[in-house]
Design a protein around this ligand. Sequence first.
Ligand code: PGA
Length: 251
Amino acid sequence: MSRQKIAAGNWKMNTSHSDGYFLAEAITKAKRPKDVQTIMAVPFTHLGAVQAHTYDKKNIAVAAQNFHHEEKGAYTGEISIGMLSSMHIPYALIGHSERREYQKESNKLLATKLDLALAHNIKPIFCCGEKLPIRKSKKHVSFVKKQLKEGLFHLSKSDIKRVVIAYEPVWAIGTGETASPEQAQEMHAAIRKMLADKYDQDVADSISILYGGSVKPANAKSLFGQPDVDGGLVGGASLDADGFVEIIHSF
Ligand code: PGA
């Protein structure tokens, strides 16, 4: 079974509105391989402008970087999942390490957000990954297993198939340090085995698992060439249209 190849950009809190508009335009208009799904996870303020480029295109789409865990109510300054679905936003990141760290998002909270996204027909890109001390103590696989168990594994077999997983070792995010292709493959294969053990091989073989953490045009090919790496979640390098398009061509 062939899994969807995905190149997802995570703009984080970068770009002015007009810079974001032109960045999305350049990426949308660029020649891109048909069998790769390109995604741009952009700030809330940019969703409409970016979607104006992507809404009628087949293999490129916009994503939200977050949404609130309640459906509605007195949460000044927050954005609900219903607001996103009313804009027909197809994807949302859930549990990026920066939100786990700075907003103290727990696995339990992320499980709630996952349910909300699926109920509103928004495809979640569920992020997981360990910090450096955990990697150094060789507990990275069991740490990620706990994140998946508590955040993801309550889903039914049909719902889990609607999720994309992004493995992002925190020590490689924005640091210029990348997991080696072998390190990425080790964890991706371990995650796929967790999926097979919890669900079955069919589920495990159908879910795209992306690698994130200093993916660049120079290293994308060797990472995406690993058998269990189905693409990338790209931060810094997704802010440059030419570089990101090169990454999209790295499968
Ligand atoms: P980076 O970020 O590519 O800048 O390391 C990746 C991410 O946080 O998604």
